[in-house]
Design a protein around this ligand. Structure first.
Ligand code: XMP
Length: 515
């Protein structure tokens, strides 16, 4: 739980788009947090939110074990907005008639606003909305006023006559409700009376104070990867405790071309961090010899990382804390509304396994932030664009882009090809809106002809994706000329490659990385 004086609580009933509600709230300069639907309401009594939003969810309020919060939520004296399932649940808890519908209403609809006093203030009389619901409320005019209707739904939005409860049957948080952000704004400002104090600079101040308090006179160790998350963590903690922060950067031999040098120079020269570089190339590459199984590769890299980090940490006395760049989506994903384990697709390697093994107390200053908010903080803290806008790079590095057993000679083939992909995309200014763009080396040899000579060489795949959070992704429709330039540069300049292919798979069902 945060210690901010103004925030909104979102109760998660399992909707796929609960995170989007949080995004929309924060875009309106109001801090918010997502809580499990069954959060103990006493939490809110200690530090009351300005408003509560009940998310949508896949269930019907009538199924066995449907997620429900207590009706006590309406006695907290805080405005509540129920979205879709949240509206049906709110209405049910307030004794309205909720009917289980046989068919779901799904998709675009037009909503006629019949009461524009508060929630819909300043909106046109008819707005486009996105519907996705099964149950519907009916015959509720005794307790509720109707605010909007669609052709299919007489109660598309309602307000309780005596309690500050609002319900919308549609999803204001998705882009298919183009004026959804304005509806959210109205809820936050007209109804919850928020002041809109959520700014990155205030977050930095609050976080620095919190870190100072948590660490006291102690020391913190931080594994730096050079990426935006761990860099922001390091700078925030450095701001709070200065040289009592020890940063360790490990070269596992699987970094991109010139990456280790660039990272070392940035942190030593520009930021003057208490920075240690460990070249563990041999350790990692020896351990990966002849290993082809992707999961085995990932596990070996994870374990070796712990080994290196543990050894390095022993050199410093009195380190009690470990800093990690955990982001909000990681926190949310690790909770499951339904309590069921989500299936494991890949063993992601960050330093998640470390604290338990090393006995550190954790510090996670980005735990409540989304990626783009971490980027804003990076900017605010003076990070150069090269770091702030750096594409995500996985912990296991090039190992998951080198299909099959890693051969050191060929690792440089992958590095050269990857650099061409990056340079060409950035030179063309095409990186805006891209989540990641990189090369993958395939253990597939094909026949080619160079000059008059037959060649039998490797294939490079180019992976370029657009994504909001890495959870889903679409392949990017890059201009053909740009793809052509990348392909011919790789084939002409990178020895050992005679074919380039473009990966046109979406996630799901494919993943972004190949292993
Ligand atoms: P996938 O391949 O699962 O990747 O679609 C989703 C996003 O996560 C990144 N990724 C990782 N990041 N450690 C990380 O820190 C990992 O082990 C790891 N594996 C994948 C990937 O680059 C993409 O952005």
């Amino acid at each position: 739980m945060n210690n901010l004086s103004e925030y909104v609580a979102i109760l998660d009933f399992g909707s796929q788009v609960t995170q989007l509600i949080a995004r929309r709230v924060r875009e309106n300069n109001v801090y918010c947090e997502i809580f499990p639907y069954n959060v103990n309401l006493n939490e809110f009594k200690k530090n009351p939110p300005k408003g509560i939003i009940l998310s949508g969810g896949p269930a019907s309020v009538y199924v066995k074990n449907a997620p429900k919060c207590s009706a006590e939520i309406f006695s907290l004296g805080v405005p509540v907005l129920g979205i879709c399932y949240g509206m049906q649940l709110g209405c049910l808890l307030l004794n309205a008639d909720v009917k289980s519908a046989k068919e779901r209403e799904y998709g675009k609809a037009f909503c006629e606003i019949t009461d524009a006093k508060d929630l819909f203030s300043g909106l046109p009389a008819k707005i486009q909305v996105w519907m996705s619901h099964g149950d519907r409320v009916e015959n509720i005019t005794k307790q509720f006023s109707i605010l909007a209707r669609t052709e299919n739904t007489a109660y598309a939005a309602v307000r309780h006559k005596t309690l500050p409860f609002y319900g919308v049957q549609f999803h204001p948080e998705v882009v298919h409700t183009p004026l959804g952000s304005k509806i959210m704004h109205n809820f936050l400002y007209n109804i919850c009376r928020c002041k809109g104090e959520w700014k990155m600079s205030s977050y930095i101040d609050a976080m620095t104070a919190q870190i100072k308090k948590q660490v006291g006179k102690g020391k913190v160790i931080c594994a730096l990867s050079g990426g935006v998350d761990s860099s922001v963590v390091a700078l925030l903690i450095h701001k709070a405790i200065g040289k009592r922060l020890v940063c360790v950067f490990v070269d596992n031999g699987l970094l991109r071309k010139n990456e280790a040098e660039a990272v070392v120079s940035l942190y030593r020269k520009k930021f003057r961090l208490n920075f240690y570089f460990v070249d563990a190339t041999r350790l990692f590459l020896n351990a990966l010899k002849n290993v082809t199984d992707p999961e085995k590769k990932r596990k070996i890299i994870g374990y070796k990382f712990i080994e290196v980090f543990r050894k390095k940490a022993k050199e410093f006395k009195g380190i009690k804390f470990l800093a990690q760049g955990t982001l909000y989506p990681d926190v949310i994903e690790s909770r499951s509304v339904w309590g069921g384990p989500t299936s494991k697709i890949k063993s992601h390697h960050n330093v998640g396994g470390l604290p338990e093994k090393l006995g550190f107390e954790l510090i996670e200053p980005l735990k409540y932030l989304f990626k783009d908010e971490a980027r804003l903080i990076a900017k605010e803290l003076g990070m150069p664009d090269s770091v702030t806008h750096r594409q995500p790079f996985p912990g296991p590095g090039l190992a998951v882009r080198f299909i099959g057993a890693i051969n050191e000679g060929q690792l440089s083939v992958l590095r050269e090809a990857d650099e061409i992909v990056r340079i060409e995309i950035e030179n063309a200014g095409a990186q805006k809106g891209l989540w990641q763009y990189f090369a993958v080396l395939l253990p597939v040899q094909t026949v080619g002809v160079m000059g008059d000579e037959r060649t039998y060489q490797n294939t490079v795949a180019i992976r370029v994706v657009e994504s909001l959070d890495g959870m889903t992704a679409d392949w990017s429709k890059l201009p053909h000329e740009l793809l052509g330039r990348i392909s011919s540069r790789i084939i002409n300049e990178v020895k050992g490659v005679n074919r380039v292919v473009y990966d046109i798979s979406t996630k799901p069902p494919s993943t972004i990385e190949w292993e």
